[in-house]
Design a protein around this ligand. Sequence first.
Ligand code: IMP
Ligand code: MG
Length: 175
Amino acid sequence: MENMKKEILYSRDQIDRRVMELAEEISRDYAGRELVLVGVLKGAFVFMADLIRRLKIPCIIDFARLASYGSGSVSSGQIVITKNIEMEIRDRDVLIVEDIVDTGLTLSYLVRAFKERGPRSLKVCAFLDKRLRRKVSFEADYVGFTLDDGFVVGYGLDFNEKARFFPDVYIVTNL
Ligand code: IMP
Ligand code: MG
């Protein structure tokens, strides 16, 4: 979209404060353990970079990437992993870090796939949760902000690869 109209939804200060709170909560929950954070590319890379620098526990990181295929513009909900993690996660504490839970299809697929690898624990931290768009029931364990619906960009989130670099989160108003 050439002339994207948008309004600030979460400012960088609000985001900073919320990421700090999440990091404190996660650090408390995993105290004394080493966490494996798995970022879901590409959207989660900004959030994950901020989050790990606020954690008070040691962590190691890896990344995965998924694609969802469908016919034409309609997503079939058919998900494939296009880049898998490279780390052994058996008996490890794993936290998936995702930009947004929308239909829930991506994360429920990924959680199922990772469970087969026998992690000691597996949880999900999502920066945003779009509550009204679920196609499958899915609840993240940690959520930054909750909204009902709408298309958001910035802070890693894109619209056709545009707008990821904005430091604040915007809601697109002319879709
Ligand atoms: P799912 O529908 O829960 O499987 O979410 C799949 C992916 O869609 C998310 O990880 C995001 O990359 C993308 N997505 C969903 N809603 C938005 C949005 O409002 N802005 C940007 N990306 C989105
Ligand atoms: Mg994504």
